[in-house]
Design a protein around this ligand. Sequence first.
Ligand code: NI
Length: 169
Amino acid sequence: MGDARLLRVALAVTDAEFGGAALADLVTDLLDTMQAANGAGIAAPQIGVDRRVVIFGGGGRNPRYPDAPEIAFTVLCNPWLEPLGDERVAGWEGCLSVPGLRGEVPRFARLRYGGRDAQGVPFERVVDGFHARVVQHECDHLDGVLYPRRIEDMTRFGFTELVLPAVSA
Ligand code: NI
């Protein structure tokens, strides 16, 4: 947070880039970074790459989110999101770009999302709960939005060690 590259609206992956080595290398870099930090997901702008690519899930249970259900490893390029209903739920989020902090963020409870995988194959899913939250958080990164901007009650924002002592970051 504070790096201008996190505030850009990222560029779409082009048809020529799908299935290519550069995109495969980007996914590898994202995966290495996410795993090293025990992240639930990560977006290309977080490693300084101006592309609409996010990855999330995989690796079983996440020690940073021990109560969260498992999500299959997903590479999502040029995503779109469609909320299903108006219901929003508040939940605690952290971010690899905002180290040491957690905040309570309202997100749509249920949504349809889709995009393309690294080969350019389109897919879509209907999800809710933690999966829906992760997708919304990661896709926000592609539009230059970090979760603190989504916090509505700033008393629910603070350092991880004080807010959630059972979770160490
Ligand atoms: Ni993040």
